[in-house]
Ligand binder design. Structure first.
Ligand code: FAD
Length: 478
């Protein structure tokens, strides 16, 4: 028997896959005995916010992921299609019909037993009786403590602090310059040229020690540690003060109650930092030291750094700029940064409650814990982002848990598929800067000979993915 904790998108998909493989499942769901801050019903797979499963064509990555899941016999995709509402090229659903369809399919499956109970200690797991943990972003406190003990408390996160991402082609390259802080090596740092003449008051210029993380907000939030290439947006004093004023007067998004708890000091929203004092950002994410503006030969008064965010290099994230300003306000304020006046936002910043593990440290690409291979993690808890991605990880965890219980090898499809790329990202991304991700073509293995047109490139990736998936499914069945 395989135990699954959490009857959300990932847990239900995993249960369906295990039962479809002919093995009995016990699925534990704590609602309605115990609720969460956002779920409203006792239904399995309740959608807590939007009713959209996003794009449905294979020329976008989430559409491709859905097509792969369809071919792998996904219950979530089948139920979504059965409860579809008109939404153009997206797959959106009637949320009640969707949750009803999943609940009915799970409840009536002869091999699945649903237990309505909060699990507060992890049941024993073995290769014969694996365990799947799929308790989602709002995992109950009782269980979070257990999971922290299992994976190590430094590998379990409770908040997501997401910085905005802009489209590379919308950055004004005439105003930004490419450079790593101190040209990569802190030890060989040149003597500071100094801030803009007559602008920084004595003692207010951030020091090399700040850059090294010995003071100011933690580097854990992604502030440049001197490695890698960055695009830098320099600000003079007037530009900085104008930006500072707009930032400190901008409107924050309405937050859920659970978001009002204390933020981790290392991941403060940029506007919260700004409220601490006019120079706080210049000691944090807007530190100018070590960045020499080629136009002046000096360190600017302040700087915003942009880091490449995907393999295709068409997305750049604002380093250390996690924020919970309203999206319209983010666009207005961030476009005051030189170089970002015409920025198009691929993703806005957010800070919200999200329980997830540092996948690259603790998980393998089969969604098994490296240290305890009989335990699988799936869904948002495993470090993916979004309804479809959560269900996709549940699907693969379910297939692999069933394989393990049958004494067969566990495996993941190659990185050329969307579902394999997601598994690879969650288990192999840089652990020091790990952020849960949606599926994008940027995390899939690039084409060897990419066609010139964007649409042809996407279709080539999609066709390759579906061929590779078919091979993987055939190999698995043998
Ligand atoms: C406020 C909010 C808004 C979001 N909006 C969106 C959105 O619009 N679009 C999107 O794609 N994603 C959104 N997400 C992310 C979304 O939560 C995930 O995409 C998806 O629901 C994750 O699926 P899951 O199966 O991992 O978790 P869930 O769907 O949350 O399922 C986890 C289940 O585990 C149960 N559980 C928790 N602890 C225990 C326990 N100890 N014992 C037993 N059962 C337990 C919970 O009751 C829940 O039913 C949002 C998340 C939050 C928090």
């Amino acid at each position: 028997m395989i135990r699954i904790i959490g009857g959300g998108l990932a847990g239900c998909e995993a249960a369906w896959q295990v039962a479809s493989a002919g093995l009995p499942v016990t699925l534990y769901e704590m609602r309605p005995v115990r609720g969460t801050a956002v779920h409203k019903t006792d239904r399995l797979a309740e959608l807590v916010c939007s009713n959209s499963f996003r794009g449905d064509k294979v020329d976008n990555a989430v559409g491709l992921l859905k097509e792969e899941m369809r071919r792998l016999g996904s219950l979530v995709i089948r139920a979504a299609e059965a409860s579809r509402v008109p939404a153009g090229a997206a797959l959106a659903v009637d949320r009640e019909r969707f949750a009803d369809a999943i609940t009915a399919a799970i409840a009536t499956h002869p091999l699945i037993t649903i237990v309505r109970q909060e699990v507060t200690s992890l049941p024993a797991a073995s290769v014969d009786e694996p365990l799947i943990v799929a308790t989602g972003p709002l995992t109950s406190e009782g269980l979070s403590g257990e999971i922290a003990r299992l994976v190590g408390s430094s590998q379990l996160y409770f908040y997501d602090a997401i910085s905005p991402i802009v489209l590379a082609e919308s950055i004004d390259r005439t105003k930004v310059f490419r450079q790593s802080r101190w040209d990569r090596s802190l030890r060989n740092a040149p003597a500071p040229v100094g801030a803009e003449a007559g602008v920084a008051s004595e003692g207010s210029q951030p020091s090399a020690a700040d850059v090294a993380g010995e003071s100011g907000p933690a580097i854990g939030c992604g502030i440049d540690d001197g490695q890698g290439d960055y695009l830098n947006c320099p600000l003079n004093k007037d530009e900085y003060l104008r930006f500072y004023d707009a930032l400190t007067h901008a409107e924050s998004a309405t937050v859920h109650d659970f978001d009002k708890e204390r933020f981790f000091e290392g991941c403060l929203p940029v506007e919260v930092m700004a409220h601490r004092g006019v120079d706080t950002l210049r000691f944090g994410p807007m530190k100018p030291v070590g960045l020499t503006d080629p136009r002046t030969g000096r360190f600017p008064y302040a700087a915003v750094q942009l880091r490449q965010d995907n393999l295709a290099a068409d997305h750049f994230s604002l380093v250390g700029f996690q924020t919970q300003l309203k999206w319209g306000e983010q666009a207005r304020v961030l476009r005051l940064i030189p170089g970002l006046e015409q920025a198009e936002f691929v993703r806005y910043g957010m800070v919200h409650r999200n329980t997830y593990v540092n996948g690259p440290t603790v998980l393998s690409e089969t969604w098994q814990l490296k240290q305890h291979p009989a335990i699988f993690f799936a869904g948002q808890m495993s470090g993916v982002e979004g309804y479809v991605e959560s269900a996709a990880s549940g699907l693969l965890a379910g297939l692999n848990a069933a394989a393990l219980a049958r004494g067969r090898a566990t495996s993941a499809p190659p990185r050329t598929t969307a579902i394999g790329a997601l598994a690879y990202y969650a288990s192999h991304a840089d652990p020091a800067h790990y952020e849960p991700s949606n599926i994008t073509f940027g995390i899939m293995e690039p084409l060897v000979k990419p066609p010139r047109s964007k649409m042809e490139r996407k279709m080539a990736m999609a066709n390759r993915a579906l061929d590779v998936l078919a091979d993987w499914m055939r190999d698995r069945a043998e």
